[in-house]
Design a protein around this ligand. Structure first.
Ligand SMILES: Cc1cc2nc3c(=O)[nH]c(=O)nc-3n(C[C@H](O)[C@H](O)[C@H](O)COP(=O)(O)OP(=O)(O)OC[C@H]3O[C@@H](n4cnc5c(N)ncnc54)[C@H](O)[C@@H]3O)c2cc1C
Length: 376
């Protein structure tokens, strides 16, 4: 590894989607991944939902890339046999005040270009989901679930076939701008080795602020300092999964750090509740069983059939959030840092939800940034 055109740091779903997108373009390209294989962090610790794009401010990257990613993912799934189910989703209001908030969400979603959104009366909701309790619901038919591991496997195959090399157990430890290029130092199990690259794409997920800092960016000044928001999941006893057919969500709270504890399924039909949202200082994926009551109380408002003993701690993921506690929501940061004196350094910071859904659209967006830099 002496010289590269493009070096991607991180083999989560975002780095891999970009690797697949730039494959076969004639560039010498590498992905550096610290772990022994791909997708070992956030990209395997999530709800696995293909979001529709309802919640995000109009024209934000989150809104645009989620709506585009949703369509692109279904096409990829159909074309390449990646597991998915377009289950549809209900956002359920349990009070009249929440019904008003559903109207706001409907309006937001429609402005974002989400297709098929529809308000349901209590009776219409009960026709679709007789076991769900509420006063009204917003129905989103384009929400679904995906086998994210199979999606990443597909991206890896496409990247490798197109000549991109993926180096596992290889951590980027230094990035220095030298002339018009970057000198990246990487450390594998044997040694630390430097190489030159024309473009660096930072897709380091929970560590993307630190990688930006390695390249010399003042992350506090730039607004890139990440907060960690842990999301725990509890599995629901088998048998109860037959009582609901769609993904069921509550109405999100203002200044949402998450879309709320919801019901989701995996492709085998196992039901789970989650994720919670708790700011934490460090990365620890243990589930606190004492949080069971909180999950039970949140979900029972719209799932009256749930019993306390149905819930078991399952797993947790950690969101990389730009938004601190009680701060306003923040958009994805996806940019070439030319205005910071670092052209060709493309940072992706704060890629929290809907990052999985948006992955193919993010890859498209980043490809354009890479092309703009390499053809300058
Ligand atoms: C609880 C939870 C629920 C979610 N639910 C959904 C959902 O339902 N739908 C949806 O669309 N999105 C969802 N998301 C968001 C989605 O999971 C993320 O946006 C996405 O997985 C982020 O992928 P990534 O590639 O940026 O990060 P990661 O998957 O974390 O990948 C980053 C990679 O970079 C590597 N790395 C870090 N530093 C270095 C370094 N210095 N050198 C080399 N490698 C390095 C890491 O080892 C890691 O493999 C959820 C997230 C969470 C936490």
């Amino acid at each position: 590894m002496n010289r590269a055109d493009v070096t991607i740091i991180g083999a989560g779903v975002i780095g891999l989607a970009i690797a697949a997108q730039i494959a076969g373009k004639g560039w010498e390209a590498y992905v550096l991944e610290e772990k022994a294989t791909f997708g070992q962090e956030t990209s395997s610790r999530h709800s696995g939902v293909i979001h529709a794009g309802i919640y995000y401010p109009q024209n934000s990257l989150k809104a645009r890339l989620c709506v585009a990613g949703n369509r692109a993912l279904y096409k990829l799934c159909q074309k390449y046999g990646i597991g998915y189910r377009k289950l549809g989703k209900l956002i359920v209001a349990t009070t009249d005040k929440e019904t008003g908030e559903l109207e706001t969400l409907l309006d937001k979603g429609q402005r974002n270009g989400v297709e098929g959104l529809r308000m349901l009366s209590r009776r219409e909701m009960k026709e679709l989901e007789p076991n769900v309790e509420g006063v009204a619901a917003l129905f989103s038919p384009s929400t679904g679930i995906i086998d994210s591991h199979a999606l990443m496997q597909y991206f890896v195959a496409r990247a490798v076939e197109g000549g991109v090399q993926i180096a596992y157990k290889t951590k980027a430890v230094a990035i220095e701008k030298l002339g018009a290029e970057y000198r990246v130092s990487a450390r594998d199990e044997q040694e630390e080795f430097p190489f030159m690259t024309r473009v660096v794409v930072n897709c380091a997920g929970l560590y993307s602020d630190r990688v930006a800092e390695l390249a010399g960016i003042d992350i506090v000044k730039a607004g890139y300092k990440l907060h960690y928001v842990k999301g725990e999941y509890f599995s629901v006893a088998s048998g109860k999964n037959k009582l609901v057919k769609r993904l069921i969500y509550p109405v999100p709270l203002p200044k949402v750090t998450s879309v709320g504890i919801h019901v989701t399924f995996d492709l085998e039909g196992r039901m789970r509740l989650g994720p919670g949202a708790e700011y934490v200082d460090s990365i620890n994926y243990a589930v606190n069983s004492q949080h069971k009551q909180l999950f039970y109380d949140s979900a029972r408002k719209f799932l009256p059939f749930l019993e306390y003993d149905d819930l078991e701690p399952e797993m947790a993921g950690i969101r990389s959030k730009l938004q601190g506690p009680n701060e306003d929501t923040r958009d994805f940061v996806i940019r070439d840092e030319a205005d910071k004196g670092l052209p060709g350094l493309i940072n992706l910071v704060g890629i929290d939800s809907p990052g999985l859904t948006a992955a193919p659209a993010i890859a498209d967006y980043v490809l354009k940034l890479i092309q703009a830099h390499l053809t300058e």
